[in-house]
Each structure stands twice: as structure tokens, then as C-alpha cells.
Design a protein around this ligand. Sequence first.
Ligand SMILES: Nc1ncnc2c1ncn2[C@@H]1O[C@H](COP(=O)(O)OP(=O)(O)OP(=O)(O)O)[C@@H](O)[C@H]1O
Ligand SMILES: [Mg+2]
Length: 364
Amino acid sequence: MSESNYNLKGYFANVIDSVGDGVVVLDRQHKITLLNPAAEEITGISQRLAEGCSFDDLFRGEDVLLEMVAKTSETGMSISDHENVVLKKGPHVTPVNVTTSPLLLANGESIGIVLVLRDISNIRELEEAVRQADRLSTLGALAAGLAHEIKNPLGGIKGAAQLLERELPAGSDLREYTSIMLKEVGRVNRIVEELLSLTTPRKLELSHVDIHEVIGDIVTLQKRAAAQKDISFIQDFDLSIPPILADEALATQLFLNLIKNGVEALGDNGQLRISTRVLSDYSMTKKGERFSRMVVIDIIDDGPGISKEMMENLFTPFFTTKSKGTGLGLAICHKIVTEHRGMIKVDSEPGSGSTFTVMLPLVR
Ligand SMILES: Nc1ncnc2c1ncn2[C@@H]1O[C@H](COP(=O)(O)OP(=O)(O)OP(=O)(O)O)[C@@H](O)[C@H]1O
Ligand SMILES: [Mg+2]
């Protein structure tokens, strides 16, 4: 091989190694001749192990993928699948976008197959976030209208109950009823206020907030409220995390809602752990092109956990399983986190507790 020929080969090898998408090349017998680093990452199989192996053997069980390769081999056509391929890599599954194309010589002769694999797990997560936001905004608009309509008659009921109370003689038994009426009107009013706050855009009052102080204060209060129960609170803080730019009142509401949910899930006994850490290379693409630091706060309870069906509705306004709950807590959390350009997610299995994870950007 001449030197320039070799250089050209090295050049192309570099090009393929540098491509962000996974590239796998097969010869006519479906033996793997090349698997670039991105493909190693996506498939969990190293180039060293893969080279010379039969693709059909190595990817046994990945039926959709094998079918695509077989079809391209048979028909000489390119095939793309954006929906159906998930690769199993140990306990993880990665949704991937796959294209199989024939590897053609200049004269049109096919000498193998090229597979291009793109990890779309981030896209899937973003799609889910958009769907969630969509659902919230439609419901939100509806709820805001409703809340507005409720406020006026509610004011009327409150005024009438107050008048009635004033008219009743001091020791009257009926006063008990008017006081119930006023208390319940107050409750509906609070729900309506919360609902309105959920749907009206507002300006954040940003300041440097020490999240450990915010969370610590909430825990102190919750500890006192749960003093009769056998609940242990564990604070596992990375104290090197500097203050973050946030709206302190909203941050307090966010963590209060999450911690209260945890405590409520535990019932009479259990453990609630709150941990903080910095995710220093978090980026939307996972490849590090977008370098931003996030503060991660995990609120972990060892309560009953959350079923798959419930998981879908968790952040939807008014979804509650509690007799006295409004079902607005998590919807409000979602809004607060989004307003702070952060993310919130849940990990839970029935029987093994729940973890709510909040990520907030660390900007100084
Ligand atoms: N840590 C948790 N463990 C198990 N289930 C949870 C947990 N957090 C939330 N949930 C479930 O999600 C539902 C919705 O929570 P959300 O905070 O939005 O409303 P709520 O707690 O029911 O009412 P409110 O927050 O107004 O008191 C809860 O009713 C509960 O079923
Ligand atoms: Mg709640």
C-alpha cells in the first residue's frame, strides 16, 4: 500500500471514529469489519471483541435489527427505523434510531452493509417532557378559567356566612355550623389560589439561595410535626455546593411539597433521606458538548412506592390518592422547577420506595 493510500485510509478511519453516531460495517457474510467508538458506547460491545464476529450471532435477540440487516442484504435497499429498536445493554435499554444501507463500490456492486445507530434516549426524555408540559398547559388554561369563576360566588358565600354568624346570639349552637362553613370556604379559596398560581406566569424574585438552609428548615419543622411517629430524617448534603440563583419562596414551596409527600408516604414509620450533589458534566446531549453544572437534590423515601399507572398522572393537577389532598403539590413543583430551568423526575417501584430528583442549574 502506498503512503498516500495509507494516509487516506487513516484519514477515513479518523472520520468514522469521530462521527457522533454509531457506525457498524459488515461484509457480505455479515461479519463485522468495523465498529466505531460511538457504536461501542451504544451497543456496549468493544471493537476488539466485535471485529470478525458474525453480526447475526453477536446481536442475537435483537430481532428488529437482524431483520433490517437481512432485508437490506436481500433487496439492496436502505431501511430506517425511528421507533422500534431498543438495544439491551446489561440492565439498560437504549432506544436507537437505526439506518441500514448497502455498502456499494463505485460500480454499484454491494460488498456489505453499513449500520448507523443513533442513541435517542435523550430525545425520548425531551418528548416526554414536552408532552407533559402540553398536558399541563391545556389543563392549566381550563383550570384557570374555572378558578376565576369560582372565586366570585365563593366570596358571596363567605360574606353571607359572616353575616349569619354576626346575627346569631353569642351562645348559639348554630355558630358551630357557620364556623365550619367559613373554614371550608377558606379551604376552597386556598385551593383556588394555588390553582391560579399554577397557571399564571410570574416573575421570579431571584437571589442567592442556600438550598441546604432551605431544606434544613423544612426538615426541622417536619421532624417536629412527625415527632409522634417513628420516622428518621437523614440529610446527606454536599456542603461544598454554593448558593444557587433561585426564588427562595418558590424553592421553599418546592422542597416542602416533596418532603411532605415523602413523609405522608411513610405513614407511621420509615426513613426519608435528602441528598445533594453536583452533576458537573450534565448536558442535554450526554456527550459533553453542552457543559453546564446542575445541583441534584434527591428526596428518597422507603414508603410503598408508586405503581406504573399512577406514575403517568403524578404531575397532573388534581391527581391525588389522599382524602385531604388537593393533588396540586406535584403540579406546582413541576412548574417551579421548569421556571428555574431545571428538571424533576421520579424513580419508583411499588414496594421499594420512591426517589424524587430535582435538578437545578448552578449559576453563580
Ligand atoms: N413519595 C411518594 N410516595 C408515594 N406516592 C407519592 C409520593 N409523592 C406523591 N405521591 C402520589 O402522588 C399523588 C399526587 O401528589 P401531590 O403532591 O401532587 O398531591 P397530594 O400530595 O395528593 O396533595 P397535596 O400536595 O395537595 O397535599 C399523591 O396523592 C400520591 O398518591
Ligand atoms: Mg403533596
